[in-house]
Design a protein around this ligand. Sequence first.
Ligand code: ZN
Length: 342
Amino acid sequence: MNIKEFIRQMPKVELHVHLEGSIEPQTLLKLAERHNVTLPARNLDELHDWYKFTGFDHFIEVYLAISSCICTADDLELIAAEFLKDRAEQNILYSEVIYTPYTHLPHIPLDEQLAALNRARKTAEEKWGVRINLAPDISRERRPIEASHQIAEWAIKNRNNGITSLGLGGPEIGNPPELFASTFEIARKAGFPATPHAGETEGPASIWGALKTLNAVRIGHGVRCLEDPSLVSYLKEKQIPLEVCPSSNVCLHVVPDLTSHPLPRLMDEGLFVTINSDDPPMFNTNLTEEYLRITDEFGFSVPQLKQFVFNAARASLLPIDEKNTLIQNLTVRFSELEKQLN
Ligand SMILES: [Zn+2]
């Protein structure tokens, strides 16, 4: 078995992937037709062209158009079921999945959203042994800020019902973490973890805000930490996991191309790095493809690839006994696979 085949077959864990951003292109077109939503793309080729982003604002525009095609609890269950089937095909044993409940709230009450997603979760676990937990996020555009308290309270109430953290997403520029202090204070008081995006389109101040004001236990992206040596030292000392999404950074022009991606530098600095796909079909990728691309570009070895996967398992928010079971499972599967390497 060569390294490419090894990557395809290796067991994986992913911590930064969006449900709405993972809708399969065929399904998106089907949902748009079903709900009479006019998208600028009517077939797969046009969809491919539509997914060429001029920048983050453009990306958000497309993202909201996609989200508007999800109108019923059945739609949510369908996209979750397809997402989970794809997890099984990629050997992604466990994922923490970001989704934005508020977007669907006009059509689907929060508890119905969760019930639909939990039906898909249960089926996938029985069928393929693939597991996910949910990380509902607050959109940074949302006003008044107090309106997002409802999402925080609902997420905390469902901490034993499939929800493991509270996220913060959407346009980072102009919406610093500090604006959302009151929402994340609700989570902090309940001992509920925060997993915000930060340091993607904004610099170190945004990451500091996520750490100090929102009590982030992990940072979504965080690649721009390298602009501040004292932040790098802090992240290294505390071993705060970074959810690095290489192709996403290229597609949204955070970096000009994969060759200039700071991934090797983040590793040289001794930071805690995980590899993720963010919004896979929108960036013409998936988690397997991310591992293939970075290995091709940076020449990672098998021990380094394993490190990324084990990092993700360790940085997951599973209860400790379940985390230990996952790590054991990974250890067994990797040792079987390594025997077949040539
Ligand atoms: Zn993201």
